[in-house]
Each structure stands twice: as structure tokens, then as C-alpha cells.
Design a binder for this molecule. Structure first.
Ligand SMILES: *Cc1c(COP(=O)(O)O)cnc(C)c1O
Length: 359
């Protein structure tokens, strides 16, 4: 790989496309002749204004976000959204949560501070190895919203369908899958994502929210936790995460240059297929998640022997394939193959796993 880089299978922060990093480098000392880097400029300057306006416009174009949705650039990570969502959307005081892994569970716990949480379904007893079917969801037609985690980073599962929640707004944590494939935004009331998996460096959180859901936060909601404050000021109420928004803009330009989310999806499917096909035929390693619920971004697998898995991750790292150790709560191995992971990286991983198996 160019620049002596490694294949980094980290779940996040994770790889960024090389052309994006090259642009950062080229612009670092003197951004477009203004004599300073983007890290150093006022967020109120004309130069920066162009960057944030472009970032929002590009995100709308690339994702096809309808006009009746606001795009917010925030800080605090996806974890802060576990609180901001109920703080802003719990109008009558009850919400449905579907538990499909660690993050959806954390989100449901945080929401209990704001109102009544109904667990509409949980696959915990099956070690979160699948996503529940529509018929399994015990939805309350009077809930303020339904919360799901669309791609479960830790367990490696993903919703293969968008659940039908009737008139109840659907809220989705898309931290580890946003921009990996086209998505029909109009099916959701709110989408949020920490940027450091697939969009930009850490520090930026993106929220896409339908306008009619804004303005219901109680009066004692802190200003910075009220979506409406941020929406009314175009994400400039205070200093936004300037650098991450700039890199986000570069990532979106890169996505457009390769053909948008359709092309990104095609590439991601090809990468995931290569790895899952190998796991299907392997006698040594097995995928954790059942077919039909598998993530294209985070592939979890194991040999069944934790010591062997740890040794495999260690040897892979020595060979330039890092961060394959599974999350501490699941064990085994996990290959996060986000947008910026090249096909060659997955080829190298599969070749290595085959070699280990042959031994
Ligand atoms: C990483 C991740 C989080 C936590 O994100 P932070 O930005 O670190 O708060 C939440 N949900 C999902 C699905 C994630 O992948």
C-alpha cells in the first residue's frame, strides 16, 4: 500500500481515503492561499463559511436528504445523542427501543432518565446474533418514537430492512454505516452518527432530523442539547468541530468523484462478500451473526478458542493488518471494513486467514 500504510481494521476511529488525506496534507500550511490552515481559522470567517456550507450541501446531495430535514453538525459523539434524542423527542414521555447490541442497550438506558422505555424486542438471549423481524417488534402506536441501531458495530449485525413504525417517527443510530450505501432518509424521523467510523475524524456528530420534530424540548433543556438551537443557527451557535467538518466535506467530494453511494455500496458488498464467503467455507473460523442480519461494515468471527483468536490478531498486526481483536464484550475477531478499506485489504486478510488455517 502507498506511503507504507497498514490495513487498519479498527472499528473506529478508522481509515480515511488516501485522496482525502492527501488533500489535508496539501492544504495544511496554507489553505487555498489564505495563509493558514483550516485548524487555525475563525469559524466565522468567509473562508470557513464556504467549507461548512459546502459540507452540508454535499451531504444533502450524496444522501439525497429531503428539504424538510435539517442537517446538524454537533459534538459529543453518538453517545451524547443517546440523551439528546429523548431530551428533544419525548413529548408525551414514552418511547420504544429495540435492543440489538451494546450501543442500542446503552441508548435505551439513557432514555429511561427522560421517560418510560418499552423494549420492543431484544435479541440478547441469542448473543445479539441477529436482527428481529418486523413481526417480532412489539410497537406502541402511541410512542413518541422508535429507536434502533441500524448497524451494530460491536456484534457485527445490521438491519436488512427499515422497520415500519406507522406514524411513529423512527430514530436510527447510523454511526457505523452512514455513507456506506444509499438510504431512504424519508423513512426516518431522525438519523444520527458519530463521524469517526465512516465519515471524518472524531469530534463531529451528524444529526439529520425532520423539521416537524423540532421545538418540543422542555424549557429547562440546556441550549446546546436542544436541536432547535443548533438548527436555527445552521450549526454555528457556538464553535463547531471545524476540522472534522472540513474533512467530512473532502470525504463527500471523494464519494461523489467515485460515483456516489451506489458505487460505494457496490464496493462494500464486494469486500464483505469476499470475507463472508471465506468464513462460510472455512473449517476454522465462523461468522458470529446469522445470515440475513450481517453487517457489511463490521464482520465478527471466531475460531472458538479465545487464545487462538488472540494469537491470530497479534500475528496479523505484525503483518500490517491491525486491530482485528474483537470487542472486549464479545471476544473473537472483528474486521471493520469501512468505506476507506480497499478491496486489497480484505484480500490480504482472507489470504492470511487461509494460511493460518492451512497450518
Ligand atoms: C461508535 C458508536 C457509538 C459511540 O460513538 P461515540 O461517538 O464514541 O459516542 C454509538 N453507536 C454506534 C453504532 C457506534 O458505532
Amino acid at each position: 500500500m502507498a506511503y507504507d500504510r497498514i490495513y487498519n481494521f479498527s472499528a473506529g476511529p478508522s481509515m480515511l481515503p488516501i485522496p482525502v488525506l492527501e488533500s489535508c496534507r496539501d492544504d495544511l500550511m496554507n489553505y487555498k492561499g489564505c495563509g493558514m490552515s483550516v485548524m487555525e481559522m475563525s469559524h466565522r470567517s468567509k473562508v470557513y463559511d464556504e467549507i461548512i456550507v459546502d459540507a452540508q450541501r454535499l451531504l444533502r446531495e450524496v444522501m439525497g436528504i429531503p428539504d424538510n430535514y435539517k442537517v446538524l453538525f454537533l459534538q459529543g459523539g453518538a453517545t451524547l445523542q443517546f440523551a439528546m434524542v429523548p431530551a428533544n423527542l419525548m413529548r408525551t414521555g414514552k418511547a420504544d427501543y429495540v435492543r440489538t447490541g451494546s450501543f442500542s442497550t446503552s441508548a435505551s438506558k439513557e432514555a429511561t432518565k427522560y421517560g418510560k422505555v418499552n423494549i420492543a424486542a431484544s435479541t440478547e438471549s441469542e448473543k445479539f446474533s441477529r436482527i428481529p423481524a418486523q413481526e417480532e417488534l412489539k410497537l406502541d402506536p402511541e410512542a413518541d418514537y422508535v429507536h434502533i441501531c441500524f448497524n451494530n458495530t460491536i456484534f457485527g449485525s445490521k438491519w436488512s430492512y427499515i422497520p415500519d413504525t406507522g406514524d411513529v417517527p423512527l430514530v436510527a443510530d447510523m454511526s457505523s454505516c452512514m455513507l456506506s450505501e444509499p438510504i431512504d432518509v424519508s423513512r426516518f424521523g431522525l438519523i444520527y452518527a458519530g463521524a469517526q467510523k465512516n465519515i471524518a475524524p472524531a469530534g463531529l456528530t451528524i444529526v439529520i432530523v425532520r423539521e416537524d420534530l423540532l421545538g418540543y424540548a422542555p424549557a429547562n433543556t440546556p441550549i446546546m442539547l436542544n436541536y432547535k438551537t443548533i438548527a436555527d443557527k445552521d450549526s454555528m451557535y457556538n464553535t463547531p468541530p471545524c476540522w472534522s467538518i472540513y474533512v467530512c466535506k473532502l470525504v463527500l467530494e471523494y464519494l461523489q468523484s467515485i460515483g456516489g453511494l451506489e458505487e460505494m455500496q457496490r464496493r462494500n458488498q464486494a469486500k464483505a462478500k469476499l470475507l463472508y464467503d471465506y468464513l462460510a467455507e472455512s473449517k476454522m473460523f465462523h461468522a458470529h451473526v446469522q445470515e440475513g442480519s450481517r453487517s457489511m461494515m463490521n464482520v465478527t468471527f471466531r475460531s472458538g478458542n479465545d487464545e487462538v483468536d488472540a494469537a491470530v490478531a497479534k500475528e496479523a498486526a505484525q503483518r500490517g493488518m491491525s486491530n482485528l481483536k474483537g470487542h472486549r464484550s464479545v471476544g473473537g475477531l472483528r474486521a471493520s471494513i469501512y468505506n476507506a478499506m480497499p478491496y486489497e485489504g480484505v484480500e490480504a486478510l482472507v489470504a492470511f486467514l487461509k494460511e493460518v488455517e492451512a497450518r
